[in-house]
Design a protein around this ligand. Structure first.
Ligand code: COI
Length: 353
């Protein structure tokens, strides 16, 4: 695929890597490619980062035809830059596209777009501890048409943000409220995709949790409100009686790349991992009888986030004395070691660019 590059004539001054925040500062460029029915994807280009112009009738504004991905580029100790399992994000984006009736991407072209874009803005990949370049590929319907049907004009874009921790807590334990009113997904819906609508529907409960002083919500299933699904921005895992338990992927839970990597990593170390339905009663009784040893969330933005407190129907349960557990620390160290290139990549997960 040919990618036309137009360099930003006003490059940003170097950033203070100690004050990055998450997703608030952006690089000098962005990638854009258009899709037109009958013509396919065309006009791949990297241009200066900036506002884009869309018709007020564009489908994305009315029917939410939008999907996205989250991935990171890491600065390794030898100064090089690497991506973590980009193939997984590209596959998942195509699965999301199929569900939302958006056009799929050619996997090789998508990888070329990512690597060319990151190379163009390589200087923005930070090197301070715990920082990375958060990459946000996204796709949306931009056809000016209020009729509801498969869209004929679509854009695929990539932007990136040099970032620190997703949570203010950094890698300290977060407190999570189990949501009992709103639901995030039902089987047959879009729960397994990364579409903006999933996050829009989740926002009210997230706001409520924040107002009550909790970091995020833990979702229960949308039918019985009985089974654990995922946290607002990440998948969730528990260590109960020595076993790792995580909700299975039955269409309502995001198939997280970090989730998959942790399962593969822990399996290779001999841990027993159960991907299955977990009821909230099981978690509460494990908390009460002391068999719930550790809980953590995992996702690209959040990496591995220990859960120090779970709140259910107003009752607060402290996990592992509110401290990061040994297994959670181990997972964080191993995974981030591979991502930042400080530990050998025995799985072949990284791609130097
Ligand atoms: C990610 O972890 O990359 C996500 O997309 C979650 C988002 C809420 C930041």
């Amino acid at each position: 695929m040919e990618i036309k590059i137009t360099k930003n004539p006003n490059p940003a001054p170097p950033l203070d890597e100690t004050k990055l925040g998450f997703g608030v500062k952006f690089t000098d460029h962005m990638f854009i490619m258009d899709y037109t029915e009958g013509k396919g994807w065309h006009d791949a280009r990297i241009v200066p980062y900036g506002d884009i112009s869309l018709s007020p009738a564009a489908t994305v504004f009315h029917y939410g035809l939008e999907i996205f991905e989250g991935m990171k580029a890491y600065r390794t100790p030898d100064g090089s830059v690497q991506l973590f399992r980009p193939w997984e994000n590209i596959k998942r984006m195509n699965n999301s596209a199929l569900r939302l009736t958006l056009p799929t991407l050619n996997e090789e072209d998508a990888l070329q777009a990512l690597t060319t874009f990151v190379r163009t803005d390589e200087r923005f990949v930070p090197s301070a501890e715990g920082t990375s370049l958060y990459i946000r590929p996204f796709m949306f319907g931009c056809e000016p048409n209020l009729g509801l049907h498969k869209v004929k004009n679509v854009k695929f874009m990539i932007i990136a943000s040099p970032s620190g921790s997703y949570y203010d807590e950094g890698i300290d334990p977060v407190s999570i409220m189990i949501e009992t009113e709103d639901v995030r997904a039902v089987r047959g819906g879009t729960g397994y995709t990364k579409c903006g609508g999933n996050y829009a529907a989740a926002n009210r409960a997230g706001e409520k949790a924040e107002q009550l002083g909790y970091t995020q919500v833990l979702w229960l299933d949308g039918v019985e409100r009985k089974y654990i699904e995922e946290v607002g921005s990440m998948n969730v895992m528990f260590k109960i009686n020595g076993k790792i338990v995580t909700p299975d992927l039955i269409g309502t839970v995001l198939p997280g790349v970090t989730r998959k990597s942790i399962i593969e990593m822990l399996s290779s170390e001999g841990y027993e991992i159960e991907e299955r339905r977990i009821s909230v009663e099981e978690v509460i009784s494990a908390l009460e009888n002391g068999t719930l040893e550790e809980a953590w969330g995992c996702g690209t933005a959040a990496v591995v986030s220990p859960i120090g407190k779970l709140v259910y129907k107003g009752h607060e349960y402290v996990i592992n004395g509110g401290k990061t557990g040994a297994l959670t620390s181990h997972i964080y160290d191993e995974l981030t070691g591979i991502q930042w290139g400080t530990k050998p990549d025995r799985f072949g997960w990284t791609l130097k660019i």
